[in-house]
Design a protein around this ligand. Structure first.
Ligand code: HEM
Length: 451
């Protein structure tokens, strides 16, 4: 029997003309890259328009993200595709603005708060299982996990389920917004010259405005509830009432709209992508599926403590984030000129960090393209987890929701597998492509049967 391998997109030939590179880039940034990046420590892309460097060497990644983050701020260019929706949110800002925003947001995600958030997460997981009951024929699971992850965000942030009218509309509008965003890949990674016009397909801006208006409505209502002393104790209330310890200021309603937009985007797209891939992987590897399903019996206990006992589920989810990191690449800008690996890196160069390549680096990982959740217990796995594993980024700008996501992901995975057996659908193997997150070209299809 041949061993099944998790799907990996084809790499492009090593040398291609620029026009072809740009074209490939527009289609998908993963298959636009040559195979040598899975072995390289650093690579340079030099074109008439831009110079960028992909950094794949653990100590350089550490230097950029952890040791000198202020010298490698987020590149302004990333903001281009997302600005209409995200405004001045913590995902896009730099410097003093960003530091203040993190001081206000971070306390809402501290360890202790996760326990308070848990009942809302669990309710969303139960609702997801219910939606899957009685489904006949193949199910496109990415749509289901997006629904579930958006539900988690609305319940934990605003204490409303996705069935709420405004929540449901934000979710649907957002899906359309993404579909109308062809330039995002390109604008994010290739610094287009300033003079080149930016095209947003008809409807993109309008959709962004509608989403923001809906979020503004939720936020204004919440502000009024806080002032009237009748606000529920959820993430929105926590963030809107936290004072910056340095200045004593809180977010005003407008600032909060930007932050809610990013929580919605960063918090549901990513988790949805990881969950869908996790379900596909356990469909390919039934032995792991059975382990997760058996262990899920601990969820009879509805308390937060039960989650810590989902060890197999966590290992599977962690392995999924390695093979299919929802944020496959991140871009920073060199604020000063540098010298890395005997190469001059000019000021203003784009520095690309690629979890996608780092997590499958052939010189670092044993069995880099294989699915092996047991690796986290091995010496190589532990070493690589420290040095070459950054699904949530690292350092000062690490994902605020990392702890949250590591509860939500294994919980929903276990809740679904406790109830259903999942199998791949013949002839519909997914092909990974990078949209806003790593998704499958034609959806991820599974057969579900009740246990
Ligand atoms: C599996 C799920 C998730 C993954 C893989 C993930 C990954 C990431 C990554 C890689 C970044 C850094 C991006 C960059 O520097 O360019 C990031 C930032 C961020 N994430 Fe997540 N994320 C996940 C879930 C969440 C959730 C659930 C929330 C909130 C509820 C969240 C909120 C944020 C925010 C606010 C930032 C911006 C932080 C900053 O720039 O200071 N994420 N995430």
């Amino acid at each position: 029997m041949t061993k099944v391998m998790p799907p990996k997109p084809p790499a492009r030939p090593d040398k291609v003309p620029l026009w072809r590179y740009v074209k490939l880039f527009r289609q998908d940034i993963l298959s636009a890259q040559p195979a040598r990046l899975y072995r390289a420590w650093m690579a340079e892309f030099r074109t008439p328009f831009f110079r960028s460097f992909l950094v794949n060497q653990p100590d350089l990644v550490k230097l950029l993200l952890k040791e000198r983050p202020d010298d490698f701020p987020k590149s302004d260019r990333i903001a281009e595709g997302l600005k209409p929706l995200l405004g001045n949110s913590v995902f896009l800002t730099n410097g003093a603005d960003w530091k203040r925003q993190r001081r206000i947001i971070d306390p809402a995600f501290e360890g202790g708060r996760l326990k308070d958030t848990y009942p809302a997460m669990r309710a969303a997981a139960e609702a997801a299982v219910k939606r899957l009951e009685g489904r006949k024929g193949p199910v496109e699971i990415e749509g289901e996990t997006s629904h579930a992850a958006a539900d988690v965000i609305f319940r934990t942030l605003f204490s409303i389920p996705i069935g709420h009218e405004v929540a449901g509309e934000v979710f649907t509008r957002f899906r359309d917004y993404q579909r109308s965003q062809p330039l995002l890949n390109l604008a994010a990674f290739v610094p287009l010259p300033r003079w080149m016009p930016r095209f947003f397909r008809g409807g993109t801006r309008r959709n962004a405005e509608t989403i923001r208006a809906l979020i503004a409505q939720l936020t204004a209502e919440r502000m009024a509830a806080i002032e009237a002393g009748r606000a529920p104790d959820d993430l929105a209330t926590k963030i809107m009432t936290t004072r910056d310890p340095e200045t004593g200021s809180t977010f005003d309603t407008a600032e909060m709209v930007d932050q809610v937009a990013i929580f919605f985007l960063a918090g549901h797209e990513t988790s949805a992508s990881a969950l869908a891939w996790a379900l596909y992987l356990v469909a390919l590897y039934p032995d792991w599926q059975e382990r997760v399903a058996a262990e899920a019996a601990v969820l009879e206990d509805e308390s937060f403590a039960a989650v810590s006992r989902l060890k197999n589920s966590r290992d599977v989810f962690r392995e999924t984030l390695r093979l299919y990191p929802p944020v496959p690449m991140m871009v920073r800008e060199a604020a000063c000129s540098e010298h890395f690996r005997n190469r001059a890196v000019p000021k203003g160069a784009q520095m690309v960090l690629s979890p996608w390549h780092l997590h499958r680096h052939e010189r670092l990982w044993e069995n880099p393209n294989g699915f092996d959740p047991a690796r986290w217990g091995t010496e190589n796995g532990k070493q690589c987890q420290r040095d070459a594993y950054i699904p949530f980024s690292a350092g000062a700008r690490v994902c605020t929701g990392a702890g949250f996501a590591m509860v939500e992901g294994p919980l929903i995975l276990s809740m679904i597998l406790r109830r259903f057996r999942v199998e791949p659908v013949a002839g519909r193997a997914p092909v990974p492509v990078a949209h806003l997150t790593v998704r499958s070209k034609n959806g991820i299809w599974l057969h579900l049967s009740e246990r």
